[in-house]
Design a protein around this ligand. Sequence first.
Ligand code: MN3
Length: 199
Amino acid sequence: MFSVPALNYDYDALSDYISADIMQLHHDKHHQGYVDKLNAAVEKYPELQGRAVEELLVGLNSLPDDIRTTVRNNGGGHYNHCLFWVWMSPQGGGQPSGPLLEAILQRYETFETFQEEFAAKAISVFGSGWVWLQPNMDIITTPNQDSLLSSGEPAPLLGLDVWEHAYYLDYKNKRPEYIKAWWNVVNWPVVEARFDATN
Ligand code: MN3
């Protein structure tokens, strides 16, 4: 059975940028909803039980027809959100350092240019989706809760949820303001460790 991991910080820990109301709803209701639907789908197939969510997403096309879309949406939602919670921290913000910063600068010349390109991609997502930084420094988007793992991509280094549920209570329709604020909570040491692990 899959479960929603506890946050490493209090619901109000990011409240200068993301309110406790959003964090609680997003974590306890939205993420829990993905987990409940994922569990209900996998329950029908004993042979799938015990598989990691990553395995299910990588092998999406070989899953039984009747649960493939459910796993795509809710397995993807579970995987994406597990990462999202640890990509944020009340001690976050600033810039990365070390090899990750070097790779960003090699590709984007300045950290600010990287942030601008990431924000532009995040703003470009029509409707609900995510924007990702990949190990090769590409910035790409996915619709809905689609996981990069299902399209043969490596696991992302960093990602931002641009579903309205992630920001609407605080920022209303102003997605660019949410993106700008979010940089202040990005947990760069986690992103650096993910990058180091790919090299
Ligand atoms: Mn979300």
